[in-house]
Design a protein around this ligand. Structure first.
Ligand SMILES: [Zn+2]
Length: 471
Protein backbone atom coordinates (compact mmCIF):
# COMPACT_ATOMS: atom_id res chain seq x y z
CA UNK A 1 0.00 0.00 0.00
CA UNK A 2 2.09 2.94 -1.23
CA UNK A 3 1.43 6.28 0.42
CA UNK A 4 2.34 9.63 -1.15
CA UNK A 5 1.88 12.70 1.04
CA UNK A 6 2.56 16.35 0.30
CA UNK A 7 2.24 19.76 1.93
CA UNK A 8 1.27 22.84 0.00
CA UNK A 9 4.32 24.78 -1.18
CA UNK A 10 4.37 28.16 0.57
CA UNK A 11 5.24 31.49 -0.98
CA UNK A 12 8.72 32.57 0.05
CA UNK A 13 7.92 36.24 0.50
CA UNK A 14 8.78 35.84 4.20
CA UNK A 15 10.45 33.33 6.53
CA UNK A 16 8.35 30.40 7.83
CA UNK A 17 5.87 31.02 10.64
CA UNK A 18 4.07 28.73 13.06
CA UNK A 19 1.29 27.97 10.55
CA UNK A 20 3.84 26.45 8.17
CA UNK A 21 5.21 24.36 11.03
CA UNK A 22 1.69 23.08 11.72
CA UNK A 23 1.23 21.83 8.17
CA UNK A 24 4.71 20.30 7.94
CA UNK A 25 4.35 18.51 11.28
CA UNK A 26 0.91 17.15 10.32
CA UNK A 27 2.22 15.74 7.04
CA UNK A 28 5.28 14.39 8.86
CA UNK A 29 3.10 12.49 11.33
CA UNK A 30 1.15 10.91 8.47
CA UNK A 31 4.39 9.88 6.75
CA UNK A 32 6.00 8.49 9.90
CA UNK A 33 2.79 6.70 10.91
CA UNK A 34 2.53 4.86 7.60
CA UNK A 35 6.23 3.99 7.68
CA UNK A 36 5.74 2.59 11.18
CA UNK A 37 2.99 0.36 9.74
CA UNK A 38 5.44 -0.97 7.14
CA UNK A 39 4.08 0.91 4.14
CA UNK A 40 6.29 2.44 1.43
CA UNK A 41 6.03 6.22 1.87
CA UNK A 42 7.11 9.28 -0.07
CA UNK A 43 6.79 12.68 1.63
CA UNK A 44 7.23 15.82 -0.49
CA UNK A 45 7.39 19.46 0.49
CA UNK A 46 8.98 22.53 -1.05
CA UNK A 47 8.55 26.21 -1.89
CA UNK A 48 6.57 28.24 -4.41
CA UNK A 49 9.27 30.46 -5.86
CA UNK A 50 7.37 31.79 -8.88
CA UNK A 51 4.68 33.93 -7.25
CA UNK A 52 4.40 37.63 -7.99
CA UNK A 53 4.21 38.37 -4.29
CA UNK A 54 7.75 37.04 -3.89
CA UNK A 55 8.84 39.66 -6.42
CA UNK A 56 6.93 42.39 -4.60
CA UNK A 57 8.43 41.39 -1.24
CA UNK A 58 11.96 41.26 -2.66
CA UNK A 59 11.59 44.75 -4.11
CA UNK A 60 10.20 46.09 -0.84
CA UNK A 61 13.26 44.64 0.90
CA UNK A 62 15.52 46.20 -1.73
CA UNK A 63 16.85 42.74 -2.60
CA UNK A 64 17.58 40.99 -5.86
CA UNK A 65 14.61 38.62 -6.48
CA UNK A 66 16.60 35.44 -7.10
CA UNK A 67 18.75 35.84 -3.99
CA UNK A 68 15.74 36.84 -1.86
CA UNK A 69 13.74 33.80 -2.98
CA UNK A 70 16.71 31.49 -2.44
CA UNK A 71 17.36 32.80 1.06
CA UNK A 72 13.77 32.35 2.23
CA UNK A 73 13.44 28.95 0.55
CA UNK A 74 16.60 27.91 2.43
CA UNK A 75 14.88 28.80 5.69
CA UNK A 76 11.96 26.50 4.89
CA UNK A 77 14.32 23.65 3.99
CA UNK A 78 16.23 24.29 7.22
CA UNK A 79 13.15 23.45 9.33
CA UNK A 80 13.90 19.78 8.68
CA UNK A 81 16.29 19.02 11.57
CA UNK A 82 14.92 21.28 14.33
CA UNK A 83 11.30 20.25 13.72
CA UNK A 84 12.32 16.59 13.15
CA UNK A 85 10.69 16.44 9.73
CA UNK A 86 11.19 13.36 7.59
CA UNK A 87 10.41 14.65 4.11
CA UNK A 88 12.02 12.62 1.34
CA UNK A 89 12.12 15.41 -1.20
CA UNK A 90 12.07 19.22 -1.29
CA UNK A 91 11.13 20.98 -4.51
CA UNK A 92 11.87 24.63 -5.28
CA UNK A 93 9.72 25.59 -8.22
CA UNK A 94 12.08 28.40 -9.28
CA UNK A 95 15.28 26.40 -9.54
CA UNK A 96 14.51 22.67 -9.52
CA UNK A 97 15.46 21.30 -12.94
CA UNK A 98 12.51 18.87 -12.79
CA UNK A 99 9.86 21.55 -12.44
CA UNK A 100 9.71 23.76 -15.54
CA UNK A 101 9.87 20.84 -18.03
CA UNK A 102 7.17 19.10 -15.98
CA UNK A 103 4.89 22.15 -16.07
CA UNK A 104 5.42 22.45 -19.82
CA UNK A 105 4.58 18.78 -20.33
CA UNK A 106 1.42 19.08 -18.21
CA UNK A 107 0.35 22.21 -20.07
CA UNK A 108 0.73 20.45 -23.42
CA UNK A 109 -1.50 17.59 -22.22
CA UNK A 110 -4.31 20.10 -21.53
CA UNK A 111 -3.96 22.17 -24.70
CA UNK A 112 -7.44 21.31 -26.05
CA UNK A 113 -8.91 22.96 -22.93
CA UNK A 114 -7.15 26.32 -23.40
CA UNK A 115 -8.35 29.36 -25.35
CA UNK A 116 -7.30 33.04 -25.52
CA UNK A 117 -9.64 35.50 -23.89
CA UNK A 118 -9.62 39.18 -22.95
CA UNK A 119 -10.49 39.80 -19.38
CA UNK A 120 -11.14 42.62 -16.96
CA UNK A 121 -11.42 41.95 -13.27
CA UNK A 122 -10.20 42.62 -9.77
CA UNK A 123 -7.07 40.76 -8.79
CA UNK A 124 -5.97 40.03 -5.22
CA UNK A 125 -2.15 40.01 -5.19
CA UNK A 126 -2.21 38.39 -1.72
CA UNK A 127 -4.04 35.33 -3.04
CA UNK A 128 -2.65 35.58 -6.59
CA UNK A 129 -6.16 35.20 -7.99
CA UNK A 130 -8.99 37.12 -9.61
CA UNK A 131 -11.87 37.79 -7.23
CA UNK A 132 -15.46 36.88 -8.17
CA UNK A 133 -16.88 40.32 -7.49
CA UNK A 134 -16.48 40.21 -3.72
CA UNK A 135 -13.71 41.61 -1.58
CA UNK A 136 -11.05 39.08 -0.58
CA UNK A 137 -11.87 37.70 2.88
CA UNK A 138 -8.17 37.28 3.70
CA UNK A 139 -6.63 40.45 2.29
CA UNK A 140 -8.50 43.61 3.21
CA UNK A 141 -6.21 45.85 1.10
CA UNK A 142 -7.83 47.08 -2.11
CA UNK A 143 -7.62 44.58 -4.99
CA UNK A 144 -6.02 45.69 -8.27
CA UNK A 145 -8.16 46.24 -11.38
CA UNK A 146 -6.53 44.22 -14.17
CA UNK A 147 -7.41 44.15 -17.88
CA UNK A 148 -5.46 41.75 -20.08
CA UNK A 149 -5.61 38.97 -22.64
CA UNK A 150 -4.75 35.61 -21.13
CA UNK A 151 -5.06 31.93 -21.73
CA UNK A 152 -8.26 30.55 -20.25
CA UNK A 153 -8.96 26.99 -19.16
CA UNK A 154 -12.32 25.28 -19.70
CA UNK A 155 -12.96 24.59 -16.02
CA UNK A 156 -16.73 24.58 -16.68
CA UNK A 157 -16.30 21.43 -18.75
CA UNK A 158 -15.28 19.46 -15.62
CA UNK A 159 -18.04 20.51 -13.23
CA UNK A 160 -19.98 17.23 -13.53
CA UNK A 161 -16.88 15.03 -13.08
CA UNK A 162 -15.58 17.04 -10.12
CA UNK A 163 -18.97 16.91 -8.43
CA UNK A 164 -19.06 13.18 -9.02
CA UNK A 165 -15.63 12.42 -7.52
CA UNK A 166 -16.29 14.63 -4.49
CA UNK A 167 -19.81 13.27 -3.85
CA UNK A 168 -18.74 9.66 -4.29
CA UNK A 169 -15.72 10.10 -2.01
CA UNK A 170 -13.29 9.03 -4.75
CA UNK A 171 -11.57 12.23 -3.71
CA UNK A 172 -12.06 12.57 0.03
CA UNK A 173 -11.97 16.06 1.55
CA UNK A 174 -11.63 16.18 5.33
CA UNK A 175 -13.01 17.49 7.61
CA UNK A 176 -16.63 17.23 6.43
CA UNK A 177 -17.21 20.97 6.91
CA UNK A 178 -14.60 21.70 4.21
CA UNK A 179 -16.02 19.04 1.91
CA UNK A 180 -19.48 20.60 2.21
CA UNK A 181 -18.12 24.06 1.43
CA UNK A 182 -16.38 22.91 -1.72
CA UNK A 183 -19.40 20.87 -2.82
CA UNK A 184 -21.62 23.96 -2.47
CA UNK A 185 -19.11 25.94 -4.53
CA UNK A 186 -19.01 23.36 -7.34
CA UNK A 187 -22.82 23.01 -7.37
CA UNK A 188 -23.14 26.78 -7.75
CA UNK A 189 -21.45 26.43 -11.15
CA UNK A 190 -17.84 26.51 -12.34
CA UNK A 191 -16.69 29.24 -14.69
CA UNK A 192 -13.63 29.06 -16.91
CA UNK A 193 -10.49 30.52 -15.34
CA UNK A 194 -7.49 32.50 -16.51
CA UNK A 195 -4.36 30.34 -16.36
CA UNK A 196 -1.66 32.66 -17.67
CA UNK A 197 -0.39 36.19 -17.08
CA UNK A 198 1.43 38.63 -19.35
CA UNK A 199 5.16 38.09 -18.84
CA UNK A 200 5.53 41.85 -18.36
CA UNK A 201 3.21 41.94 -15.33
CA UNK A 202 4.99 38.90 -13.85
CA UNK A 203 8.28 40.81 -14.19
CA UNK A 204 9.60 37.90 -16.22
CA UNK A 205 9.48 35.70 -13.09
CA UNK A 206 7.72 32.40 -13.80
CA UNK A 207 7.48 29.69 -16.43
CA UNK A 208 6.74 30.66 -20.04
CA UNK A 209 3.59 29.35 -21.70
CA UNK A 210 4.65 26.78 -24.30
CA UNK A 211 4.47 28.44 -27.72
CA UNK A 212 3.57 31.89 -26.30
CA UNK A 213 6.64 33.66 -24.90
CA UNK A 214 4.60 36.77 -24.01
CA UNK A 215 2.74 34.86 -21.31
CA UNK A 216 3.80 33.00 -18.17
CA UNK A 217 1.87 30.12 -16.62
CA UNK A 218 -0.42 31.33 -13.83
CA UNK A 219 1.46 30.81 -10.56
CA UNK A 220 -1.21 28.56 -9.11
CA UNK A 221 -1.15 26.26 -12.12
CA UNK A 222 2.62 26.23 -11.84
CA UNK A 223 2.51 25.57 -8.08
CA UNK A 224 -0.10 22.78 -8.13
CA UNK A 225 1.94 20.97 -10.76
CA UNK A 226 4.77 20.46 -8.23
CA UNK A 227 3.01 17.42 -6.80
CA UNK A 228 3.74 15.55 -10.03
CA UNK A 229 6.70 17.43 -11.49
CA UNK A 230 8.74 16.43 -8.41
CA UNK A 231 8.23 12.81 -9.48
CA UNK A 232 9.77 13.30 -12.93
CA UNK A 233 8.38 11.22 -15.77
CA UNK A 234 9.72 7.76 -14.98
CA UNK A 235 9.56 5.19 -12.18
CA UNK A 236 8.83 7.70 -9.41
CA UNK A 237 5.84 9.07 -11.25
CA UNK A 238 4.50 5.57 -11.76
CA UNK A 239 5.12 4.43 -8.17
CA UNK A 240 3.95 7.52 -6.30
CA UNK A 241 1.30 9.03 -8.56
CA UNK A 242 0.03 6.78 -11.33
CA UNK A 243 -0.11 3.57 -9.28
CA UNK A 244 0.08 4.72 -5.66
CA UNK A 245 -2.67 3.40 -3.38
CA UNK A 246 -2.99 6.83 -1.78
CA UNK A 247 -2.12 10.37 -2.89
CA UNK A 248 -2.70 12.73 0.03
CA UNK A 249 -2.46 16.53 0.10
CA UNK A 250 -2.24 18.39 3.42
CA UNK A 251 -3.31 22.02 2.93
CA UNK A 252 -4.74 25.07 4.72
CA UNK A 253 -8.38 26.13 4.46
CA UNK A 254 -7.60 29.15 2.28
CA UNK A 255 -6.59 27.05 -0.72
CA UNK A 256 -9.23 24.31 -0.76
CA UNK A 257 -10.72 25.44 -4.08
CA UNK A 258 -7.35 25.36 -5.80
CA UNK A 259 -6.88 21.77 -4.69
CA UNK A 260 -10.39 20.32 -4.66
CA UNK A 261 -11.51 22.05 -7.89
CA UNK A 262 -8.72 23.47 -10.05
CA UNK A 263 -6.14 20.76 -9.41
CA UNK A 264 -8.72 18.04 -10.04
CA UNK A 265 -9.73 19.68 -13.32
CA UNK A 266 -6.09 20.03 -14.37
CA UNK A 267 -5.49 16.34 -13.72
CA UNK A 268 -8.72 15.27 -15.43
CA UNK A 269 -7.77 17.37 -18.42
CA UNK A 270 -4.27 15.86 -18.50
CA UNK A 271 -5.64 12.34 -18.12
CA UNK A 272 -3.83 11.70 -14.82
CA UNK A 273 -5.12 10.07 -11.60
CA UNK A 274 -6.65 12.33 -8.97
CA UNK A 275 -5.51 12.67 -5.36
CA UNK A 276 -7.33 10.27 -3.06
CA UNK A 277 -7.49 12.57 -0.03
CA UNK A 278 -7.26 16.28 0.74
CA UNK A 279 -6.77 17.00 4.44
CA UNK A 280 -7.52 20.59 5.37
CA UNK A 281 -6.26 22.33 8.49
CA UNK A 282 -7.53 25.58 9.90
CA UNK A 283 -5.53 28.64 10.87
CA UNK A 284 -3.56 29.57 13.95
CA UNK A 285 -3.88 32.91 15.63
CA UNK A 286 -1.44 34.35 18.14
CA UNK A 287 -2.98 36.18 21.06
CA UNK A 288 -6.13 36.40 18.96
CA UNK A 289 -4.62 37.82 15.76
CA UNK A 290 -4.08 36.06 12.43
CA UNK A 291 -0.55 34.90 11.68
CA UNK A 292 0.70 37.18 8.97
CA UNK A 293 3.80 39.13 8.19
CA UNK A 294 1.71 42.29 7.94
CA UNK A 295 0.19 41.79 11.40
CA UNK A 296 3.65 41.66 12.93
CA UNK A 297 2.97 38.71 15.22
CA UNK A 298 4.85 36.08 13.28
CA UNK A 299 5.89 33.36 15.66
CA UNK A 300 9.16 31.76 14.71
CA UNK A 301 8.84 27.95 15.00
CA UNK A 302 12.63 27.61 15.26
CA UNK A 303 12.78 29.90 18.27
CA UNK A 304 9.96 27.94 19.95
CA UNK A 305 11.62 24.58 19.26
CA UNK A 306 14.91 25.92 20.53
CA UNK A 307 13.46 27.33 23.73
CA UNK A 308 10.83 24.75 24.67
CA UNK A 309 12.02 21.70 22.78
CA UNK A 310 10.69 20.13 19.62
CA UNK A 311 8.61 17.60 21.60
CA UNK A 312 6.60 20.34 23.30
CA UNK A 313 6.14 22.26 20.04
CA UNK A 314 5.04 19.25 17.98
CA UNK A 315 2.79 18.02 20.77
CA UNK A 316 1.01 21.37 21.07
CA UNK A 317 0.46 21.64 17.32
CA UNK A 318 -0.91 18.11 17.17
CA UNK A 319 -2.99 17.98 20.32
CA UNK A 320 -4.49 21.46 20.63
CA UNK A 321 -5.12 22.69 17.10
CA UNK A 322 -8.79 22.20 16.25
CA UNK A 323 -9.67 20.52 12.92
CA UNK A 324 -12.25 23.26 12.28
CA UNK A 325 -12.09 26.77 13.71
CA UNK A 326 -9.03 28.87 14.42
CA UNK A 327 -6.82 27.96 17.38
CA UNK A 328 -5.05 30.59 19.43
CA UNK A 329 -1.41 30.01 20.29
CA UNK A 330 0.16 31.26 23.49
CA UNK A 331 3.40 30.13 25.12
CA UNK A 332 1.45 29.39 28.32
CA UNK A 333 -0.77 26.95 26.43
CA UNK A 334 2.26 25.25 24.90
CA UNK A 335 4.06 24.76 28.21
CA UNK A 336 0.91 23.77 30.12
CA UNK A 337 0.03 21.14 27.52
CA UNK A 338 3.55 19.71 27.50
CA UNK A 339 3.73 19.54 31.29
CA UNK A 340 0.31 17.92 31.62
CA UNK A 341 0.61 15.32 28.87
CA UNK A 342 4.34 14.71 28.46
CA UNK A 343 6.07 15.36 31.79
CA UNK A 344 3.20 14.45 34.15
CA UNK A 345 1.47 11.93 31.88
CA UNK A 346 3.80 9.79 29.79
CA UNK A 347 7.02 10.83 31.56
CA UNK A 348 5.68 10.15 35.03
CA UNK A 349 4.38 6.72 34.03
CA UNK A 350 7.67 5.69 32.44
CA UNK A 351 9.76 7.05 35.29
CA UNK A 352 7.76 5.47 38.11
CA UNK A 353 7.50 2.13 36.31
CA UNK A 354 11.20 1.91 35.50
CA UNK A 355 12.34 3.05 38.94
CA UNK A 356 10.28 0.30 40.59
CA UNK A 357 11.22 -2.31 38.03
CA UNK A 358 14.92 -1.61 38.60
CA UNK A 359 14.52 -1.79 42.38
CA UNK A 360 12.91 -5.22 42.07
CA UNK A 361 15.18 -6.40 39.27
CA UNK A 362 12.08 -6.87 37.13
CA UNK A 363 12.49 -6.74 33.35
CA UNK A 364 9.57 -8.63 31.84
CA UNK A 365 6.92 -6.64 29.99
CA UNK A 366 3.52 -8.25 29.57
CA UNK A 367 1.87 -8.27 26.15
CA UNK A 368 -1.00 -5.97 27.08
CA UNK A 369 -4.00 -5.77 24.77
CA UNK A 370 -4.37 -2.18 23.57
CA UNK A 371 -6.71 -0.45 21.17
CA UNK A 372 -4.23 2.42 20.80
CA UNK A 373 -2.89 1.44 17.35
CA UNK A 374 -6.42 1.09 15.96
CA UNK A 375 -7.54 4.37 17.45
CA UNK A 376 -4.53 6.17 15.98
CA UNK A 377 -5.09 4.57 12.57
CA UNK A 378 -8.74 5.66 12.55
CA UNK A 379 -8.01 9.22 13.69
CA UNK A 380 -5.21 9.79 11.18
CA UNK A 381 -7.34 8.49 8.31
CA UNK A 382 -9.48 11.60 8.69
CA UNK A 383 -6.54 13.85 9.61
CA UNK A 384 -7.81 14.24 13.17
CA UNK A 385 -4.51 14.76 14.97
CA UNK A 386 -6.27 15.89 18.11
CA UNK A 387 -8.10 12.59 18.39
CA UNK A 388 -4.90 10.64 17.68
CA UNK A 389 -2.94 12.40 20.41
CA UNK A 390 -5.92 12.12 22.79
CA UNK A 391 -5.71 8.35 22.30
CA UNK A 392 -2.02 8.43 23.26
CA UNK A 393 -2.87 10.49 26.33
CA UNK A 394 -5.62 8.02 27.29
CA UNK A 395 -3.13 5.12 27.16
CA UNK A 396 -0.73 6.98 29.46
CA UNK A 397 -3.63 7.74 31.81
CA UNK A 398 -4.50 4.06 31.82
CA UNK A 399 -0.94 3.21 32.90
CA UNK A 400 -0.90 5.87 35.61
CA UNK A 401 -4.31 4.72 36.91
CA UNK A 402 -3.02 1.15 37.06
CA UNK A 403 -0.11 2.26 39.26
CA UNK A 404 -2.39 4.34 41.50
CA UNK A 405 -4.87 1.49 41.94
CA UNK A 406 -2.41 -1.38 42.42
CA UNK A 407 0.22 0.63 44.36
CA UNK A 408 3.04 -1.73 43.43
CA UNK A 409 5.44 0.20 45.69
CA UNK A 410 3.51 -1.25 48.65
CA UNK A 411 3.56 -4.82 47.33
CA UNK A 412 6.06 -7.51 48.29
CA UNK A 413 5.64 -9.13 44.86
CA UNK A 414 4.80 -6.36 42.38
CA UNK A 415 5.91 -8.43 39.36
CA UNK A 416 2.53 -8.79 37.58
CA UNK A 417 1.67 -5.09 37.97
CA UNK A 418 5.12 -4.02 36.77
CA UNK A 419 4.88 -6.36 33.80
CA UNK A 420 1.58 -4.77 32.81
CA UNK A 421 2.86 -1.23 33.33
CA UNK A 422 6.00 -2.00 31.31
CA UNK A 423 3.76 -3.42 28.58
CA UNK A 424 1.81 -0.17 28.43
CA UNK A 425 5.09 1.80 28.31
CA UNK A 426 6.20 -0.31 25.35
CA UNK A 427 2.97 0.32 23.45
CA UNK A 428 3.32 4.02 24.15
CA UNK A 429 6.97 4.10 23.07
CA UNK A 430 6.02 2.49 19.74
CA UNK A 431 2.90 4.50 19.03
CA UNK A 432 4.44 7.80 20.08
CA UNK A 433 7.07 7.63 17.35
CA UNK A 434 5.17 9.43 14.56
CA UNK A 435 4.22 12.29 16.87
CA UNK A 436 7.44 12.79 18.87
CA UNK A 437 10.29 11.04 17.06
CA UNK A 438 13.07 11.85 19.53
CA UNK A 439 10.84 11.78 22.62
CA UNK A 440 9.67 8.28 21.70
CA UNK A 441 13.27 7.24 21.12
CA UNK A 442 14.23 8.39 24.61
CA UNK A 443 11.42 6.27 26.07
CA UNK A 444 12.53 3.28 24.03
CA UNK A 445 16.16 3.75 25.07
CA UNK A 446 15.20 3.79 28.75
CA UNK A 447 13.08 0.68 28.35
CA UNK A 448 16.06 -1.09 26.81
CA UNK A 449 18.84 -0.09 29.18
CA UNK A 450 19.60 -0.81 32.82
CA UNK A 451 20.74 2.60 34.03
CA UNK A 452 18.74 4.63 36.53
CA UNK A 453 15.70 6.23 34.86
CA UNK A 454 15.94 9.93 34.06
CA UNK A 455 13.00 12.20 33.28
CA UNK A 456 12.06 11.64 29.64
CA UNK A 457 10.33 15.02 29.24
CA UNK A 458 11.54 18.13 31.02
CA UNK A 459 8.96 20.04 33.01
CA UNK A 460 8.65 23.45 31.36
CA UNK A 461 6.61 25.22 34.02
CA UNK A 462 6.73 29.01 34.29
CA UNK A 463 10.51 29.22 34.20
CA UNK A 464 10.73 27.39 30.88
CA UNK A 465 14.30 26.10 31.12
CA UNK A 466 16.30 25.79 27.96
CA UNK A 467 16.22 22.19 26.83
CA UNK A 468 19.05 20.12 25.48
CA UNK A 469 18.49 17.24 23.09
CA UNK A 470 19.26 14.70 25.83
CA UNK A 471 19.21 11.68 23.59
ZN1 LIG B 1 -6.63 37.57 -1.10
Amino acid sequence: MTFYVTTAIPYVNAPPHLGHALELVQADVLARHRRSRGEPVRFLTGTDDNAGKNVTAARAAGAQVGAFVRANADRFAALREPLELSFDDFIRTGSDPRHAPGVTALWRRSEPDFYRHSYTGLYCPGCEQFLDGNACPEHPAAPEPVAETNWFFRLSRYQRQILDVLESGRVRVEPAARRNEVLAFVRSGLRDISVSRPATRAAGWGIGVPGDPDQVVYVWWDALANYVTALGDGDDLRTWWLESAERVHVIGKGIVRFHAVHWLALLLSAGLPLPTTILVHDYLTVDGAKLAKSVGNVVDPLALADRYGVDALRWWLLSEVAPVGDTDFTVERLTARADRDLANGIGNLVNRTLALARRHGHRRAAAVPSDLPDRIDAALTTGDFRAATAAVRAEADRGNRLLEAARPWKLAHPGPVLAEALGICRVLADELRPFLPSGAERVRAQLRCDGPPRPVFARLGGAAPRLTAGR
